[in-house]
Design a protein around this ligand. Structure first.
Ligand SMILES: Cc1ncc(CN)c(N)n1
Length: 224
């Protein structure tokens, strides 16, 4: 699996992302509320730009299957993840208009514009690799946290967040994204010994950068 091979090339960054203090504090119910609210507001802005980046994957698709899958993931983002985010934010007293009026933090802008740029200047594979830490990382975080004995569900104010990303819909979306990544790579002759591909160093650099930008997003969350 291409995703597993990419992770294996960047173990420090990947672990730094999926086990970041932000998620550990969230899972233990110890994350300061101000950090979570700040994160929620920025994440709303993030999701809209991220959906634009997935829409670019529709534009960059040269096979009907990729067109359909990218369109389905745009739909999942806009019609499942964003509405759940809105519902969730409402419980924290954050209205849609307040979320929409959030000034975009630099760490946020840097991340989504980087992904968009990889898609604009590269091909569909470059774009999907830049999208992968987001599309696949939160699913892994959700799964890992649910299996972690330090996670506290009872009385945890962030329980719904944990349940969203560990939930079936999000896990299935991530599985679709991973399959698409493999298929698009295979169409470019990248399968089996993927690390031997001439494109491998560039793909790793993109994945590493996007993963570091996810870490930057958590850091931003911890510093409202
Ligand atoms: C920053 C970020 N990365 C990933 C996800 C999961 N879609 C998210 N909501 N926000």
């Amino acid at each position: 699996m291409l995703f597993e091979a990419l992770k294996a090339e960047c173990p420090q960054e990947w672990e730094g992302y999926v086990t970041h203090p932000f998620v550990r504090q969230l899972a233990a119910g110890r994350l300061p509320e101000s950090c979570f609210r700040h994160y929620l507001k920025q994440d709303y802005v993030f999701l809209l730009h991220y959906a634009r980046a997935y829409a670019l994957a529709v534009v960059k698709s040269d096979a009907v299957e990729d067109l359909k899958q990218s369109a389905a993931l745009v739909d999942l983002l806009l019609n499942t993840e964003v509405p759940l985010h809105l519902k969730f934010s409402a419980r924290w007293g954050l209205s849609e208009s307040e979320l929409a009026a959030t000034p975009e933090a630099d760490a946020n802008r840097l991340y989504t514009r980087y992904v968009l740029d990889r898609g604009m200047s590269g091909d569909l594979l470059d774009l999907l690799v830049a999208l992968a830490p987001c599309a696949l990382g939160y699913a892994e975080i959700g799964r890992r946290l649910m299996a972690d004995p330090d996670t506290r569900l009872e009385g945890n104010p962030y329980r719904e967040w944990l349940e969203l990303y560990a939930g079936t819909e999000f896990q299935e979306g991530a599985a679709v994204a991973a399959t698409q990544l493999d298929r698009v790579a295979a169409r470019r002759g990248i399968e089996g010994e993927v690390t031997r591909s001439g494109r491998w160093p560039d793909l790793v650099a993109t994945f590493r950068t996007a993963t570091r930008l996810e870490i930057g997003f958590w850091e931003m969350g911890l510093n409202p």
